[in-house]
Every structure is written in structure tokens, then in C-alpha cells.
Design a protein around this ligand. Structure first.
Ligand code: ASP
Ligand code: MG
Length: 410
């Protein structure tokens, strides 16, 4: 059985007309000989609407009730799409997460998928049905409804594709693929034909917002090819996310494939820190115990037995982290703390940088030439990130995008 999983995001099913258009896309894929399983998100911004209803009632919703509420959006779209498919003469059946056999851990609001009992789904596919499955939700061993975290329908789709040993998982969205940077930041971006899982993971978690990072992790783990494509431009094949992305030229892998901007950073500093073993442990254990996750960390060379530690946290955690840091400073005998809540992280990503010298210097030159001050630097094998001031973030993205020749050629 040649199986294809298609996932349609909120804007793709945002109105009845859009749902009809999605049904047409499903029909044409079926006609080409695939067995089809479809995953949908809630219509348009309906999950946001459910969140605001809840916020009108309480700031501290019960996690179980929150999942009960938020999972309802997808139940609307699966039923409507199933009806639209039936109108085209196709056999379709809508299924909630639990009906589709998606078992998750008992963590409301951010559950991970433990297993999928795919026997029923397989029998439906064999009988020629198109199962239309609600994204973003599952059920615990105890029969409680859970959700996977915002944007989680991508992960539902990949998990089902893996469970059914599908040929591919197509993620239909409102952009035509993965671009060399966010097209809202730079006027001329290139659409990537292919991108590797590792590159996509870096971009997804750096705020490129095309795919739910967990879906890419899962696809990588099982080598499931994913295609990011537009439900408006049906002929366009979008971007293939796969094991080995093709270089853009026959010879010489591309060094950098994309530039990402993460606007939600804040920088904290602790100054006059006694430079002795165990100090970094004291600072960061206390932060992590309180659920603050830290991103870039820089410790300066010690002078006269004292050092300075700078790090970034998500902006939403900044004030809480600052309060914690003040009390940590007292405990470890540090002189003072400071905060800059207005910094951003710009990152160049590319698997080809592993064996190419000069990538960092090209990036730093591009920033220096535009008068952009780099406050902190961090790297992985396939990424270089710089923390810069918020006002210079977009300028920095454009500068790096230009420096690596990422705009379309010709
Ligand atoms: N409807 C959910 C959300 O808005 C899940 C998804 O769209 O992937 O986050
Ligand atoms: Mg999404």
C-alpha cells in the first residue's frame, strides 16, 4: 500500500471555500494512486479564540479542562473536511486523536506521543477510506484528552506517517516552502528546494516558525521525508526536508542555507563573580530548578579572581530570571546584576559550514560593515548565532543574507 499523509494548517482550512479547495487537493492525490490519510488543524485562528475565551474566565486554568477546550477546534475541521470529501464522492471518515489510536503521556498542554495503534487506520485505508484525523491531540492510558503544544498538528502528521510507514508526509501551509530567511524581513529570498533535517531543526527552533520542531525531530529519527508546500499553489512542490539535502550547485555544498531571527531574547549579566569551581553550577542550577531555560552563555576571562557571566533567556522569563539572579548574586557574593530585555539572536545555518573555513568571519564582517555590534556569539557545528540589539536585528538578517549570496540569482 502506497500511503501518503497530508497535513493542512489552520489558514489552509480557514473557511468553507478553503476546505473545499483542500478536498480537491486530496482528491487529486488519491487519483494518482496513493492511499491517503489527512491531518488537519483547527480552522483559521480558532485555537486563539478558544484561548481568549478561557482567559476571560481565569489566569490559572485547570490543565485538563484547558486541553478539553483547545482540542475542540480540530473536531470542527475534521468533520467539515470529511463532509467536503464525501461531496466529491470519496469515502472519508473523521477521527479524533483517540479514535485514531494516538496515545500520549499524561502531560496536559505539552504531551508527547507514546504510541499509535495503527491497526484500525490501516483497515480503513485498505477499504479505501480517507481517515481525516484531528491534529494536536491524543489520549492518555487513563483515557484523558491531551494536547501536544501549540503548532502540534505537524507532529501528529509525522507520527502517523511513521506509524503507517507512509512514503512521505506533506505539510500544506500558507507559504510555498522553506525560504532562505523570513520573506517579511528581506525583500528577495530564495525558496529552498531541499533542506536537511538538521538544518531544518536549527531553523525551526530558531523561530523560523514553518514547522513544529518536534515534527522535524521525529521525521529525522525515522528518516521520514517531509514536504512543506502551499495549499494555494498546488503545482509547486515546495521544499523537501530529508536526510541529505542537495547542494545548490553540483560542486561545492552551500555553506549557509538560511538566516533566522529570534526576537524573543533578553540578556542578563552577573558581574564581579568570584572565579572558583562550582560557581557556574550554582547560578544555572538555581535558574533551571525554577524552570528558566537559558540559551547563549558567555563567561569572561577572570581578572583578579573575579569574572562576569552573561546569558540570554526567553523574554517572557526575563523579569523572573532577573529576580532569581539578584538573590543568587547575594548567595555567591557577586557584585551586581544587569538586564537588557531588548536583544535578538540572528543565526546563519548550514550543514556545509562543517568543512568550510571563513564562514564566521564572513558573517562578522557583514555585521561590522553595517555598524552592528555583536554582544555575544554562540556556535554549533552547523550554526553561528550572534546576539545584537533589537533595533539592529532586521538589518543584521539582511546583511548576513546578502553576505552569503542567498538572494535568488539572476
Ligand atoms: N490548532 C493548534 C494551534 O493553533 C495546533 C496546530 O495548529 O498545529 O496551535
Ligand atoms: Mg503550524
Amino acid at each position: 500500500m502506497k500511503i501518503l499523509v497530508q497535513k493542512f494548517g489552520g489558514t489552509s482550512v480557514g473557511s468553507i471555500d478553503r476546505i473545499k479547495a483542500v478536498a480537491e487537493i486530496c482528491a487529486s492525490e488519491l487519483a494518482s494512486g496513493y492511499k491517503l490519510l489527512v491531518v488537519v488543524s483547527a480552522m483559521g485562528k480558532s485555537t486563539d479564540t478558544l484561548v481568549s475565551l478561557m482567559e476571560g474566565l481565569t489566569d490559572t486554568p485547570n490543565a485538563r479542562e484547558q486541553d478539553m477546550l483547545l482540542s475542540s477546534g480540530e473536531q470542527v475541521s475534521i468533520a467539515l473536511l470529511s463532509m467536503a470529501l464525501s461531496k466529491l464522492g470519496l469515502k472519508a471518515i473523521s477521527l479524533t486523536g483517540w479514535q485514531a489510536g494516538i496515545v500520549t503521556e499524561a502531560k496536559h498542554g505539552r504531551a508527547r506521543i507514546c504510541s499509535i495503534d495503527e491497526v484500525y487506520l490501516r483497515s480503513l485505508l485498505e477499504k479505501g477510506y480517507v481517515p481525516v484525523v484531528a491534529g494536536f491531540q491524543g489520549i492518555t492510558e487513563d483515557g484523558e484528552i491531551t494536547t501536544l503544544g501549540r503548532g502540534g498538528s505537524d507532529t501528529t502528521a509525522v507520527a502517523l506517517a511513521v506509524a503507517l510507514d507512509a512514503e512521505r508526509c506533506d505539510i500544506y501551509t500558507d507559504v510555498d516552502g522553506v525560504h532562505s530567511t523570513d520573506p517579511r524581513l528581506v525583500s528577495k529570498t530564495s525558496k529552498l528546494e531541499t533542506i536537511s533535517y538538521d538544518e531544518m531543526l536549527e531553523l525551526a527552533s530558531l523561530g523560523a516558525q514553518v514547522l513544529h520542531p518536534r515534527s522535524v525531530e521525529l521525521a529525522k529519527c525515522y528518516s521520514m521525508p517531509m514536504r512543506v508546500r502551499s495549499s494555494w499553489k498546488r503545482e509547486d512542490k515546495g521544499t523537501l526536508v530529508c536526510d541529505n539535502a542537495k547542494p545548490s550547485m553540483l560542486e561545492g555544498a552551500r555553506s549557509v542555507c538560511g538566516v533566522a531571527l529570534d526576537r524573543k531574547q533578553a540578556r542578563l549579566s552577573i558581574v564581579g563573580v568570584p572565579d572558583k569551581p562550582g560557581i557556574a553550577h550554582s547560578i544555572f542550577t538555581e535558574l533551571s530548578d525554577q524552570g528558566v531555560s537559558v540559551d547563549v552563555i558567555v563567561q569572561c576571562v577572570s581578572q583578579d579572581g573575579f569574572t562576569e557571566v552573561d546569558f540570554t533567556v526567553g523574554r517572557a522569563d526575563a523579569l523572573r530570571a532577573q529576580e532569581l539572579l539578584k538573590s543568587i548574586a547575594v548567595k555567591i557574593g557577586a557584585r551586581e546584576t544587569a538586564i537588557d530585555p531588548c536583544v535578538v539572536k540572528v543565526s546563519a545555518v548550514g550543514a556545509g559550514m562543517i568543512d568550510q573555513p571563513g564562514i564566521a568571519s564572513t558573517m562578522f564582517k557583514a555585521l561590522g560593515d553595517r555598524g552592528i555590534n555583536i554582544q555575544m556569539i554562540s556556535t554549533s557545528e552547523i550554526r553561528i548565532s550572534c546576539i545584537v540589539s533589537e533595533e539592529q536585528g532586521e538589518l543584521a538578517v539582511g546583511a548576513i543574507h546578502d553576505a552569503f549570496g542567498l538572494a535568488p540569482q539572476g
